[in-house]
Design a protein around this ligand. Structure first.
Ligand code: APR
Ligand code: ZN
Length: 312
């Protein structure tokens, strides 16, 4: 079971209406004893409607339960398994200069990353439940596997920001013509580099490579994060900017919940009083939260209803 929280709960919240924000003293940081939260307090904030504008930040850790490796887990992460591509260093596979020099490694990896048959998992369905209950302000994902957008997960495009792009569309690196993702997929599956039918330039899926501009929708964060009244951060190392810094963009009085195998980013080196860390398996942590919310049955019904629908 996940090691729940780092902060003991000094406050009993049962039965009393939680103020929208913790008393100023608690919100001022500096580690005052009062105002430290536990997972059950986060459940209380959601359950009582004290928090209704939830922003979720997700990383590759929410897709590992669906069988898609993450990037940096030692041994199992993608970056530990790229020897066959003789890259100068692992991240080169997502760098434009290397891609223009040799696109083959990226397309070979793309076959693994754009799963045809992987399905959303309980984490995707939890986020869907937040949406169904009118609580999800936005989901910011770093993942390019597209599991959040699969109809079975049912998270509408309006609520989704794919910060590092996706395979849904592709662009010719020469004439910049845009193509639907599935148009190039047959070539990729055959192990060929897809070429533009107009100018024969290499067509690259609209995945954001290191150094490339972020998609327009990413800048919704300018409005979303100041408005958020709860931030959930699930399955990410918080290593890659500018995505990682978003977690500091919510107001100091807003609780932040990290569910991850390690304590990462500012949760490790500059925690806030209202931070809650559930360190351990992300599925277990989310299931514990669902239990505390009393949503277990609803979640099971949703999974039963939707699981058969998974399709790209
Ligand atoms: N339970 C809990 N934590 C998990 C689980 C799990 N089942 N699986 C993985 N994790 C954790 C890992 O321990 C790690 O801390 O999720 C985190 C995943 O981190 P990364 O592999 O670095 O993935 P991510 O944070 O999404 O990477 C960000 O880096 O290379 C770029 O563009 C790429 O979007 C990617 C970005
Ligand atoms: Zn072209």
């Amino acid at each position: 079971m996940a090691h729940v929280c780092r902060f003991p709960v000094p406050l009993s919240v049962a039965g009393r209406r939680w103020p929208m924000f913790l008393p100023a003293a608690a919100g001022s940081g500096g580690g005052s004893e009062k105002g430290k939260l536990l997972l059950q307090d986060v459940a209380e904030l959601i359950g009582t409607g004290a928090c209704r504008r939830v922003v979720v930040m997700a990383g590759a850790g929410i897709s590992t339960p669906s069988g898609i490796p993450d990037f940096r887990s030692p041994g199992s992460g993608l970056y530990s398994n790229l020897q066959q591509y003789s890259l100068p260093y692992p991240e080169a596979i997502f760098e434009l200069t290397f891609f223009c020099h040799n696109p083959k490694p990226f397309f070979a990896l793309a076959k693994e990353l754009r799963p045809g048959n992987c399905r959303p998992n309980v984490i995707h369905y939890f986020i869907r439940l937040l949406h169904d209950k009118g609580l999800l302000l936005r989901l910011y994902t770093q993942n390019i596997d597209g599991l959040e957008r699969v109809s079975a997960a049912g998270i509408p495009a309006s609520k989704l920001v794919e910060a590092h792009g996706s395979f849904a569309s592709a662009t010719c690196t020469v004439c910049q013509r845009s193509w639907p993702g599935e148009d190039i997929w047959a070539e990729v599956k055959e192990g060929r580099v897809p070429l533009c039918p107009v100018c024969t330039g290499v067509v690259k899926p609209d995945i954001v490579f290191f150094g490339e501009p972020m998609p327009q929708r990413f800048f919704l964060h300018v409005v979303d994060f100041p408005m958020a009244d709860l931030l959930l951060i699930l399955g990410t190392s918080l290593e890659v900017e500018p995505f990682a810094s978003l977690c500091e963009a919510v107001r100091h009085s807003v609780p932040r919940l990290l569910i991850n195998r390690e304590v990462v980013g500012p949760f490790a080196w500059r925690p806030r009083v209202q931070d809650v860390v559930v360190q351990g398996d992300v599925v277990e942590g989310v299931q514990r939260l669902v239990e505390l919310l009393g949503w277990t049955e609803e979640m099971q019904d949703l999974i039963q209803r939707e699981a058969g629908k998974a399709s790209f």
